[in-house]
Design a protein around this ligand. Structure first.
Ligand code: HEC
Length: 105
């Protein structure tokens, strides 16, 4: 009995912590903040690129080439137009930063 009571005391708060921990993780997403954006811009640009640019073709479609920033700007714009509301202007700007710096001429 004593052991079971102790287990309950330990396990229940743990489960609450796990559940509320998961719930918390989902919340900050929509307001993925402009303040941290600047700090993490490059890593985030890469993550966005991998997430947004891989749905219709492989990432190598982009990574196999190097282009000037102007060229990337127009390519990304074209890709934005292929699927409405999939890549926002803000995301496009971060993807552009990443591609221009990692796959730029
Ligand atoms: C909605 C689907 C879709 C998404 C999302 C998409 N692409 Fe594309 N992409 C295509 C299609 C279809 C083609 C081939 C036809 C064409 O060139 O218009 C293409 C072609 C390309 C090409 C070759 C273009 C050329 O002129 O040779 C590059 C580079 C490229 N995509 C990069 C990207 C990047 C970077 C992203 C993310 C910002 C992206 N794509 C997101 C559909 C998509």
């Amino acid at each position: 009995m004593g052991l079971r009571a102790v287990l309950c005391v330990l396990v229940i708060p743990l489960m609450i912590a796990v559940v509320s921990g998961c719930a918390k993780k989902e919340e900050p997403k929509p307001e993925a903040s402009p303040t941290t954006a600047a700090v993490a811009a490059k890593g985030e640009g890469k993550a966005l690129f991998e997430q947004k640019c891989s749905v219709c073709h492989g990432l190598d479609r982009a990574t196999a080439r190097t282009e000037t920033k102007e060229e990337w700007t127009s390519i990304i714009q074209e890709m934005q137009e292929k699927k409405a509301d999939w890549i926002s202007d803000e995301e496009a700007a971060r993807i552009l930063d990443y591609l221009a710096s990692s796959h730029g001429k």
